[in-house]
Design a protein around this ligand. Structure first.
Ligand SMILES: [Zn+2]
Length: 93
């Protein structure tokens, strides 16, 4: 943990622009270039979180899709048979 040279507050890594990561004081807003090891750690943490989120979203989406589609197919089958039976009945008369 780095501390602000102006007020002694905690300096936290924040993303600035597309790819730049700086240290910013949470108390007074003082900014300084982040050391290389903090940039690398910040990127590693954020990359891992992003990948975990994508994986869990995919799994949830897969589970929801299979659960819904099975019922949808059964529902569609019932509706289809009813429609066919109705038509047969009409022609039968
Ligand atoms: Zn400060």
């Amino acid at each position: 943990m780095k501390f602000c040279p102006k007020c002694g507050g905690p300096m936290v890594p924040v993303k600035k622009g597309e790819n730049k990561i700086i240290l910013k004081c949470q108390r007074c807003g003082y900014e300084m270039p982040a050391p290389k090891e903090i940039i690398e750690r910040y990127r590693a943490v954020h990359k891992t979180k992003k990948e975990e989120k994508i994986i869990s979203t995919k799994v949830i989406a897969k589970v929801e899709k299979s659960a819904v589609s099975k019922e949808d197919i059964e529902q569609a089958k019932e509706e289809y048979y009813e429609l066919v039976l109705d038509q047969i009945g009409e022609y039968g008369d």
